[in-house]
Ligand binder design. Structure first.
Ligand SMILES: NC(=O)c1ccc[n+]([C@@H]2O[C@H](COP(=O)([O-])OP(=O)(O)OC[C@H]3O[C@@H](n4cnc5c(N)ncnc54)[C@H](OP(=O)(O)O)[C@@H]3O)[C@@H](O)[C@H]2O)c1
Length: 250
């Protein structure tokens, strides 16, 4: 059980959804878990409930990440913090593009830069990156989100090359729709978003994704679970559209 080989974990985006469930699961496995997000009240509640160590920090605060990574030799890094904005690139604004790149990609790269060399030096570690089916498939959504998640997906593969020869494992978790508050965080109006995206569907819960993360970590150290695509059974990506010119929308 490699959980016994690991002592410390850092989970970003820990104040809700998949991140909070992952903190709870890893604490249940006996790890010292550092939970990072901006919402200090939610983190404090999670700390009271699970005994995790809260860090109220924005992942785009690179100096803050540097301080934290210098303090703790992390054995497990779960890059989970993520944001999206409504609308396609046709309606994107500069602030939205910068935000998605900063949170979904730049912070992931910086955390890998700060944490993975220590894992390599200790010959022990596990990076879990939460991407999305948006990184693998094209469908109606925000193209900046798709682009940042595709980058995280390729980074996950490339990290395997960077760590070649060392017992540093890398797992990309690629979820489809999961029953979290992300839709309310993207679109506002929690009640309406719950009705539109959650109510009446059979969806994986945040704890199910945490369970998949735990499975990858608990695997024998000789085994690397590289990629897990997890969708609702009743959800499939894909499709093909062909527009006649007179009906094509700008
Ligand atoms: N739910 C789905 O259907 C789904 C599908 C595919 C992929 N995903 C991915 O799964 C991950 C977790 O999403 P979720 O569904 O659990 O959504 P969520 O409930 O909205 O959680 C997002 C987390 O990211 C944190 N975060 C956002 N901006 C941050 C920042 N600047 N600094 C630090 N933390 C920040 C949020 O905390 P604060 O606001 O407190 O900072 C929150 O804890 C994301 O990467 C998302 O893209 C989700």
């Amino acid at each position: 059980m490699p959980f016994a080989d690991y002592k410390t974990a850092l989970v970003t985006g820990a104040s809700s959804g998949i991140g909070a469930a992952t903190v709870e699961r890893l604490r249940g496995e006996g790890l010292e878990v550092h939970a990072l997000a901006r919402n200090a009240a939610n983190l404090d509640e999670l700390a009271r409930r699970t005994g995790c160590i809260p860090h109220a920090l924005d992942v785009s605060d690179t100096a803050g990440l540097e301080r934290l990574a210098a303090e703790v030799p992390f054995d497990i890094l779960v890059n989970n913090a993520g944001v999206d904005r409504p609308g396609s690139i046709l309606k994107a604004d500069a602030e939205g593009i910068d935000l998605l790149v900063d949170v979904n990609l730049r912070a992931v790269l910086h955390l890998c830069r700060l944490v993975v060399p220590g894992m390599v030096a200790r010959d022990r570690g596990h990076v879990v990156n939460i991407s999305s089916i948006a990184g693998a498939y094209n469908f109606g959504g925000n193209s900046t989100y798709h682009a940042t998640k595709a980058a995280v997906s390729m980074l996950s593969r490339q990290l395997r090359i960077d760590c070649f020869g060392k017992r540093v494992r890398v797992t990309e978790i690629c979820p489809g729709r999961v029953a979290t508050d992300i839709f309310a965080h993207v679109h506002g109006n929690p009640e309406e978003m719950h009705k539109r995206f959650i109510e009446g569907f059979e969806l994986p819960q945040a704890s199910d994704i945490a369970g998949a993360i735990a499975f990858a970590i608990a695997a024998p150290v000789s085994m690397n679970v590289g990629h897990m695509e997890i969708t609702p059974t009743l959800q499939v990506p894909g499709g093909l559209s062909t527009a006649r010119p007179e009906t094509a929308q700008a």
